[in-house]
Ligand binder design. Structure first.
Ligand SMILES: [Zn+2]
Ligand SMILES: [Zn+2]
Ligand SMILES: [Zn+2]
Ligand SMILES: [Zn+2]
Ligand SMILES: [Zn+2]
Length: 486
């Protein structure tokens, strides 16, 4: 096993959850399933013909840790693929079959990687025969030269399989995932926290940052030095760097670009919140000379993702000079556990002070985190509930999610019946459209209609079950509601 993945093995064994997930590149035959290293000579597992490894050592390790169980289930899926063989499948037929396999697997196994291996399987993007189906036939699968992740079989080679925009999103995705794996080896963190180092003394509206993240980094945060090195659309390096730079400089600039792109996947949380505070006019244009205000936010449906990102919420203090105290309450069945208050007999962890940077500490600014591990509408009826300034539901899936019907309905009704503004985000356009429809039926008042979020995460993630070549992003779409229309 390469030296560089020893770190990851140690953290996986220790039960860390902030680790890079199995990359699409592994499932599509470019990277080792265990160490995620790229290799031209990936050896496929003889049992399932799906997992692939750079070395015998990685294969042995993976077998003893996870693959022994996976292999048996995948072999069963392969049998079904063979029974379902047709010369060509429509997208709906293909994705329908995948969804069925995934449902069956989810019913018997809690291994997230298993369903990912199935849904991201290599297949011809024209006739939609899978690598498994073609493995016993004479037809071969050829990789796209550009993105390396989409295939066309030799029978379909004369047809165009995917549009350039899809090809480019897949390329960006694998570049960033590759960077994430290296970043993790260096820092033991899968997602970088990249806040503004020095708290601002004046407020600069996010609505004026017309170039989005570029303007944020350069004008609002304190990364002015990137102005000369990175293009406003983050598409690549400036010509200047190419002309003047040595190869090492180019590589360094490229790493910096990847770092900035990957950082947006976490920074999207505080920035999307701040832009909603602008929408609801919570932020006053002329702040008082010293911070005096309190801001209280409830994160509904919070999970480990928000937990790993806790330090990034300090960005709210750093961009809004007015705030003296920031209160965050995370609520949801998957919200993290803390020390519950024994006397209350509730799944409630009372506010705990979190450390701030030296600048915030010296000006006596504070931030607190509290947690409710349960459904939000149950929390609202307790004595520990205090009305917040803003509700935040990141990528809630409150209409399309797995447990949407059962757990969201009372919470959603409660939100519409209250007069607290609520910020919602979704992974893609379709979810935003479904949620718009549902809230329309509930007569909710839209302060901001669903639209692409300027502060979405910039990492495109391929989606394999719904829309063909669909891509989702963190907080891709956003909208804000407040109470009822009449
Ligand atoms: Zn390996
Ligand atoms: Zn196998
Ligand atoms: Zn084909
Ligand atoms: Zn391509
Ligand atoms: Zn600070």
């Amino acid at each position: 096993m390469p030296e560089k993945c020893k770190n990851r093995e140690r953290l996986v064994a220790a039960g860390s959850s902030d680790i890079p997930a199995l990359p699409v590149g592994a499932v599509r035959g470019l990277l080792c399933f265990r160490c995620f290293s790229p290799s031209d000579k990936i050896m496929k597992c003889a049992g399932c013909k799906r997992a692939g490894y750079c070395s015998k050592e990685c294969q042995k390790l993976d077998w003893s840790v996870v693959h022994k169980k996976q292999c048996k289930i995948l072999t069963g899926v392969n049998k079904q693929e063979e029974d379902n063989y047709r010369k060509a499948r429509t997208w709906n037929e293909y994705s329908g079959e995948l969804q069925r396999y995934v449902r069956e697997v989810k019913a018997t196994s809690t291994d997230d990687n298993l369903w990912f291996i199935i849904q991201a399987q290599p297949y011809c993007a024209v006739c939609r025969r899978s690598a498994i189906q073609l493995s016993t036939r004479k037809t071969l699968l050829n990789r796209c030269d550009e993105c390396q992740l989409i295939f066309t079989c030799t029978d379909c080679s004369s047809k165009q399989s995917h549009p350039p925009s899809v090809c480019s999103n897949y390329q960006i995705h694998s570049q960033i995932e590759q960077f994430r794996i290296e970043f993790f080896e260096d820092t033991e963190k899968a997602t970088p926290v990249n806040c503004t180092a020095t708290p601002r003394t004046t407020y600069k509206p996010l609505s004026e940052a017309t170039n989005g993240w570029f303007d944020y980094y350069v004008d609002i945060s304190d990364k002015t030095s990137i102005r000369s090195a990175i293009k406003p659309d983050f598409s690549g390096l400036t010509d200047l760097v190419y002309q003047l730079g040595e190869k090492a400089d180019q590589e360094q600039e490229e790493r910096r670009r990847m770092f900035l792109l990957l950082s947006t996947d976490i920074l999207t949380m505080p920035l999307t919140i701040i832009s909603a505070l602008e929408d609801i006019s919570w932020i006053t244009p002329k702040p008082s000379p010293s911070p005096t205000r309190e801001l209280s936010i409830h994160l509904i449906g919070a999970t480990g993702r928000e937990f790993h990102a806790l330090s990034t919420f300090e960005e709210i203090l750093h961009l809004i000079p007015d705030i003296k105290t920031l209160h965050i309450t995370a609520a949801g069945p998957l919200s993290w556990r803390g020390e519950p208050d024994e006397a209350l007999q509730l799944p409630y962890m009372p506010p705990t002070e979190l450390a701030c940077c030296p600048a915030c500490t010296s000006s006596n600014r504070k931030r607190y985190i509290a947690s409710w591990r349960g459904l939000y509408h149950d929390f609202v009826s307790t004595s520990v509930y205090r009305k917040p300034d803003l509700l935040v539901l990141f990528n809630s899936g409150c209409v399309d999610g797995d447990d949407a019907e059962s757990s969201w309905a009372p919470t959603i009704r409660g939100i519409v019946e209250s007069d607290v503004p609520a910020l919602f985000t979704t992974y893609n356009a379709e979810e935003a459209e479904h949620e718009r429809y549902m809230f329309g039926r509930l007569d909710a008042k839209f302060l901001v209609e669903p639209a692409v979020n300027r502060w979405r995460g910039l990492v495109p993630v391929p989606e394999f079950l719904d829309e063909e070549f669909g891509v989702w992003r963190q907080n891709y779409y956003r909208y804000v509601i407040c109470g009822k229309e009449r």
